[in-house]
Design a protein around this ligand. Structure first.
Ligand SMILES: [Fe+2]
Length: 184
C-alpha cells in the first residue's frame, strides 16, 4: 500500500471570497457543491484542477472564529516550471488579497509562500534540479534571471549534506521503497 496525497478540507468564513481567490488566482475549478447532509446542513464546495482527483481542496462554510488559521501550516502545490512560479508571484501581487508573500528556496524547490485571504499558509513551488537534505530555507531574489538563479542555488546548496541530482534522489528513494515488504 502506498498513500498518495489527495486533498484537504478547510473550514472557511467567507465562501465566496475564498472561492474567488482559489479559482481566479490559483486556477481551481469548482467540481461540485451542495449541503453536507441529505437533509441540509452547511455547504461544502469541492475544487480541483486535475482529472485524477475530484477534489484537491474542499471548503466548508462553518468557520466562525476571527483568529488566524491555527492548525494548518501551509498547503503546497507543485507547478511545472520556474516560469510558472514567477507567473504565480505576479498573479498574487496583482490580485493583492494574499499577504506575506515570501519567496523561499529549500534548495530542492523554488517557492512562493503567502497567506490566503483567510490566513491559511500557501506555497506554490517547482522543483530545482537537485535534492538536498532538509530542512533548508533561503530567500531567493525574484529579479534574478533563470540562469543566474540556477547558478546561485547550486552554489548556495552544493556544500549542504545530501546535495545530489534530483533523479539520483528519486532513484535512491525508489530503491528504498522497493525493499519494503509487500502487504501480506
Ligand atoms: Fe512546503
Amino acid at each position: 500500500m502506498q498513500l498518495r496525497w489527495s486533498h484537504a478540507v478547510v473550514y472557511v468564513r467567507d465562501m465566496e471570497l475564498m472561492l474567488d481567490f482559489y479559482s481566479q488566482v490559483l486556477g481551481f475549478e469548482i467540481t461540485d457543491r451542495g449541503p453536507l447532509g441529505p437533509s441540509g446542513g452547511p455547504e461544502i464546495v469541492f475544487l480541483s484542477q486535475v482529472a485524477t482527483d475530484h477534489h484537491q481542496l474542499a471548503f466548508l462554510n462553518t468557520r466562525q472564529d476571527d483568529q488566524a488559521s491555527n492548525s494548518v501550516n501551509h498547503f503546497a502545490f507543485r507547478v511545472d516550471s520556474l516560469g510558472d512560479v514567477r507567473q504565480m508571484i505576479t498573479l498574487l501581487q496583482t490580485d493583492g488579497r494574499a499577504d506575506k508573500l515570501n519567496p523561499l528556496t529549500h534548495g530542492n524547490a523554488w517557492s512562493i509562500y503567502c497567506n490566503d485571504p483567510e490566513g491559511n499558509g500557501l506555497e506554490v513551488f517547482c522543483d530545482t534540479p537537485w535534492h538536498v537534505q532538509q530542512p533548508q530555507a533561503r530567500p531567493w531574489d525574484t529579479t534574478l534571471s533563470d540562469e543566474a538563479l540556477l547558478n546561485w542555488t547550486r552554489e548556495t546548496f552544493e556544500k549542504e549534506p545530501g546535495f545530489a541530482d534530483l533523479s539520483d534522489f528519486y532513484q535512491t528513494r525508489k530503491a528504498q521503497l522497493d525493499t519494503r515488504k509487500p502487504d501480506a
